[in-house]
Write a new protein. Sequence first.
Lengths: 303, 375
Amino acid sequence: MTDALTSCLEASVRTATPLALAALGELLVERAGVINIGLEGIVLGGAFGALLGAGGNSLTIGFIAGCAAGVAIAALFALFAVTMRADQIITGTAVNLLVLGLTGALYRGLYGATGAALTIPTTGSVAVPLLARIPVLGPTLFDQPPPTYLVYLTVPLLWWWLYRTHSGLAVRAIGERPDSVRVAGIDAHRWRWMTLLMSGGLGGVAGATLVLSQSGTFAEGMSAGRGFIAIAIVVLGRWRPMGVAIASLLFGAASALQYLFQAMGWRAPYQLFLALPYVLTLLALAGLAGRKIEAPAALGRAA
Amino acid sequence: MSDPISDRARSWIGGWRQVRPSLATGAAAAVVAFVSLALLWLALRLAGFDASLALGALWRGSFGNWYALTSSTFVRATPLVLTGLAVAVAFRAHVWNIGADGQLLIGAAVATAVGLAFGTAPAWVLLPLALVAGAVGGGCWAAIAALLRTRFGVLEVISTIMLNFVAVDLVGYLVRGPLQEPSHAYPQSNPIPAAMHLPMLIPGTRLHWGFVAGATAAVLLWWGMRSTAAGFRVRAIGANADAARVAGRIDVARTTTNVLLLSGALSGLAGAIEVCGVTFALYENISPGYGYTAIAVALLAGLDPLGVLGTGILFGGLEAGALSMQREASVPSVVVTAIEAALVLLLLALSRRGSATSIISRFAGARLPSAEEPS
């Protein structure tokens, strides 16, 4: 039973990692008043970039390529939604379609119509000395693939930047009152661009994680709604880094439940498990009703 | 401009001028279609394909011959027009229903279930029953998002997307569980009774009456959006929800709910028609993403229902042609999804101010200066 529990917890953290990376990026963007539905496309693009980059069997280049693909897609979004002040939701939707079509076409073009079982080496898990030996928690938290440690780093860094620096304050102010901020001499467009590029990088790494640390292959549309779930996670995490990390972990746990149920021999239609994260998202969002939710006031509005 | 006053002014002018914005949208779509072909040609050249062979196949497989036009393009356009209308109506009210695909799936599933349950009923009962059931099913699926938005304040952008994934899993379960064909060998339902088949519109082709239903819905919605009180409310909350509430005493929550229900019903109808006119059974992958393409269809039409009829046929042709392009020139057919998205971005760039309403003003209203500013 302890083994089953440990492997379930370990799977929770593993599943939560790409969600947390993408959600932390989206958190940053939303604090600057931008809602980027194109995050789904960023994650998918990151996954495809990782596939291309890791072609030469270099995992590092794979992650860098995934990150770069994410940044490039975020830049496209920023060009329309920030510089041209286009509607953010329409732009995000178009970006998603674009990435879905492009990655699908390129994948089939490069690897054949069937895209038959393509395997890429994956990063193994890296144990942190000493910490990994703590019972249950050790293997759960400190014997994971490298991207998980990136989450551990990003959460405090993001908190420190947003709440303890002048530029972080500026970003949060842009998300509340872009007009007033302009009077204070802050360039709202510039900071929205910056946060979008950063979130593109994080979302790209999230996609790369799917390929290089989890599945070891690419499939069309393999982001499977993770970008959208990440956007919901930002709401659940109340637009705060630590909240987002915890909410991601909850989602990871929901997805990992199926391993536990399987270990317990509980039989249910597997589609139920597949649908669980999405249903949970809806329930969790509905559960926040009536509470004071601190959404950035200018979320979704052009600056 | 979609602000209520100028729209009302335009309707006073009357006559065929009312149709002109739709014609302008059509012309704009034609220009964009031409640009898209140029883009596609360039992309194909860059990717090292035989561009003229591929584009020739695209033409032959879509608009270039009578059989392809009726049996592929129009058939493919039918669900695109209906879901495109669903998206257009919702977006007009600034209700971001991204869930047309899920609503279509539920509509298809409910229509199939009804057809299999009442298989012995005569055609004049069964067919309308199945179509209505599909529309109700799609509407109910959208009602979840409506309830979440009005009661719990959940953004419908997120909820409708989540519901899409749930619908995929639900249909996946149905075709492997309760609705699976008796041999349990394939993930699909039994064929629906012949009484439920939509009659063919043109003998010798695969074109069914669902296409007429789509076109009729487009005309009805075009008229309803512009000439009824309900259509006015939809446009008013889309233009400015706060102003509509305060100055127009419009119940925004109620209008939003109704818009989502209508939108879901149109998508559900699309699913039912797909089952009754094309597939004749429920399959897991019954929708190749119609509900997502529908967003591009609606935006490219400037959210104008008559325009949706045009862009729906255009995209139906693109997708039908893409399949023949894949067969004859081995160009991956998904490339059209990227082209469609590029078109939407192109349109956003052209309209500068970028919101859905300003796209409308650029492509429809802007050509009617006299109606814009009545003196």
